[in-house]
Design a binder for this molecule. Structure first.
Ligand SMILES: [Ca+2]
Ligand SMILES: [Ca+2]
Length: 243
């Protein structure tokens, strides 16, 4: 799809944060999802429930971590076999989630929580099967738990997550802070977001950057809402009646 190729070319020359995005290789052929949000530093609960991103009433420093993706194209994407993983070597410390069969419609959103120690209400999927329905608590996104043990977690000080296509080729990588493991050579799209605390990093638009969520609006994260504009840009004038 030509628009997809154009997006990748554009993304390759965007600068993200203070550091340049690198484009070293074309992405795998075909249409791919796009990472739109990563919560790697779960905020500390300040008494208001902050940090409880999965909305089970408890902040779990690992379990409430999540990665959000969207289908940015105008055709459905079959998610089966797409993988999200972090920088840890293969083994019990690696965060890795392989999607089961789920056709994601254009604009459709999916959220994968670490899930360690989490409880769930409503339709939740895992690596063995997709949720039976979109989740009303999460803006009607498809919500998954990776059912992690206590060990895999995204390192607050620096780490990365990558999206890997079913054929094994890397689609994109989001990195932050000072990862102990360098992003592998040849990843077609790398976005580095510096060090962020107390908030996720969130994409502002289909072709927008990943920025600190709390700098966009009053929220620290928004699982299920793939694009968030800065409040100052999106607020309608007083009396305009909203949308
Ligand atoms: Ca929670
Ligand atoms: Ca979001």
């Amino acid at each position: 799809m030509e628009s997809g190729v154009l997006l990748w070319m554009l993304a390759g020359i965007l600068r993200v944060g203070a550091q340049p995005t690198t484009a070293t290789e074309r992405p795998p052929d075909g249409l791919h999802p796009l990472i739109t949000e990563v919560l790697f530093a779960v905020p500390t609960d300040d008494g208001t429930g902050l940090g409880d991103a999965n909305r089970d009433g408890v902040r779990e420093a690992n379990g409430d971590e999540f990665i959000e993706i969207v289908n940015p194209h105008d055709e459905p994407i079959q998610l089966a076999g797409y993988t999200l993983r972090d920088s840890a070597a293969e083994g019990p410390r690696r965060f890795e989630f392989v999607f089961p069969e789920l056709e994601l419609e254009p604009g459709g959103c999916a959220v994968v929580f670490n899930g360690h120690g989490c409880r769930w209400e409503g339709p939740i999927g895992d690596a063995s099967r997709a949720p039976e329905a979109p989740h009303p608590y999460f803006n009607d996104a498809f919500v998954f738990t990776a059912r992690c043990s206590s060990r895999p977690s995204l390192a607050n000080a620096g780490d990365w997550v990558m999206l890997v296509a079913p054929d094994g080729r890397v689609v994109e990588c989001v990195s932050w802070g000072s990862p102990r493991v360098a992003v592998p050579e040849g990843v077609p799209r790398v976005e580095h977001v510096g060090r962020v605390s107390g908030s996720s990093v969130q994409r502002t638009a289909f072709d927008g950057q990943l920025v600190r969520h709390a700098d966009l609006d009053s929220r620290a994260y928004s699982p299920g809402q793939p694009f968030v504009k800065a409040e100052t840009e999106s607020e309608p004038p007083a009396g305009a009646g909203g949308w």
